[in-house]
Unconditional design. Structure first.
Length: 371
């Protein structure tokens, strides 16, 4: 567990659970899900000391649930936000690690290119109090460590009250962490775009035979799964924004400005999620369109081949007729005993073949479809 005391004059980190409210600023307690499960009584006691109340049992279960989708809930004293972030490795499939619990089973390994294996997610829970932010992360969460390092590098804080790089409140800190998680989705979309563009080029190339159908199907399923994740994220952030609008107005201009900055940051996070949703849906449509175009091209190629074969068959039909005519077993036939009959017949057959071929060429029956 990592514990930070954040205030206007700087950021300090400690290993001991706080026993009294900080003289200024607020406290950020960041723990992993197994730590939260093991140290739940101590954490609840600290929340009782600092905030005057403990987490509700249902919210504790939500924070321990590694399969919970993104959602928002609230009480009169605190707010709960669960937000799914991209997992560095395999996504968790259970709470695990707790006394008496079965060990968590690893997630099913994804096939296909490495970019598809990154579309695994794990929930991060936020319990937001007036002067305490409790976050519950997966065991391998790089978001916590990355933002903690960024936070410690900002001390001492910028002395300007409205432009400080240190989060001014637990809500501000929560939104900044969420925004960092959403940026991970924005980075992922670039890799997905490059991979799908590569597949589209293979699908439409006339000189290659596309064989990655299983990987393409996995990509479409992953995109659909990512779309559902982003929809849950958007719904959770929209609920948080609506609740933020219902907060009473601050008593001071500085407090009101801080409230306005929270609204601006919340809308910015929503806008980032909207961009991810829009891009994922565009990739889904693009992949579907590429598959349809691939089969259309294959159908056109088949039609070209059948048209050419049909034209060649039509050219040889008169020749078969001529050979069949002279192959009849009659005793008396025109030219049958003439010395030049063979050459006249060959010349006629060549003339008929050339004439029929020219007619078909002018009608573009033998022309190749332009690509």
């Amino acid at each position: 567990m990592r514990i930070f005391n954040i205030h206007s004059s700087g950021v300090t980190e400690t290993d001991a659970l706080p026993s009294q409210p900080p003289p200024q600023g607020y406290v950020w307690m960041a723990c992993t899900r197994p730590e939260f499960e093991t140290m739940q009584p101590q954490i609840q006691a600290v929340l009782q000391t600092l905030c005057g109340m403990q987490l509700v049992d249902l919210h504790v279960s939500d924070l321990l649930n590694s399969q919970l989708p993104s959602h928002y809930d609230y009480t009169s004293q605190y707010d709960i936000l669960v937000f799914r972030r991209l997992a560095a490795g395999s996504a968790e499939t259970g709470a695990g690690s707790g006394p008496g619990d079965a060990p968590a089973q690893p997630a099913v390994r994804r096939h296909g290119p490495p970019v598809l294996r990154r579309i695994n997610t794990s929930p991060v829970g936020f319990a937001l109090f007036d002067r305490v932010l409790l976050t519950v992360h997966p065991a391998d969460c790089a978001v916590r460590d990355a933002y903690a390092a960024k936070l410690l590098s900002t001390a001492p804080a910028d002395p300007r009250p409205t432009g400080s790089r240190v989060p001014t409140s637990p809500a501000d800190l929560m939104l900044r962490i969420v925004n960092q998680m959403v940026d991970g989705y924005l980075d992922l979309r670039r890799e997905l775009t490059r991979q799908l563009d590569h597949w589209q080029a293979e699908l439409l190339s006339p000189r290659t035979r596309f064989n990655n159908w299983s990987a393409l199907l996995e990509a479409r399923m992953s995109l659909h799964h990512l779309d559902e994740i982003c929809e849950d994220q958007r719904a959770a952030m929209q609920d948080w924004t609506d609740a933020l609008e219902a907060w009473p107005d601050a008593d001071t201009p500085a407090g009101q400005r801080e409230r306005d900055l929270l609204k601006v940051r919340s809308r910015d996070v929503l806008e980032h999620i909207e961009r991810v949703v829009h891009h994922v849906r565009r990739l889904e449509q693009s992949a579907e369109t590429a598959v349809q175009m691939h089969f259309s091209v294959q159908s056109n190629r088949t039609n070209d081949i059948m048209r050419t074969l049909t034209a060649l068959t039509a050219i040889f039909l008169p020749l078969n007729l001529i050979t069949g005519f002279f192959g009849m077993n009659f005793e008396f036939m025109p030219l049958i005993h003439h010395q030049a009959a063979f050459w006249w017949t060959v010349a006629l057959m060549v003339a008929v073949a050339i004439g029929t071929g020219l007619v078909f060429w002018r009608k573009r029956y033998l022309a190749r479809t332009g690509r």
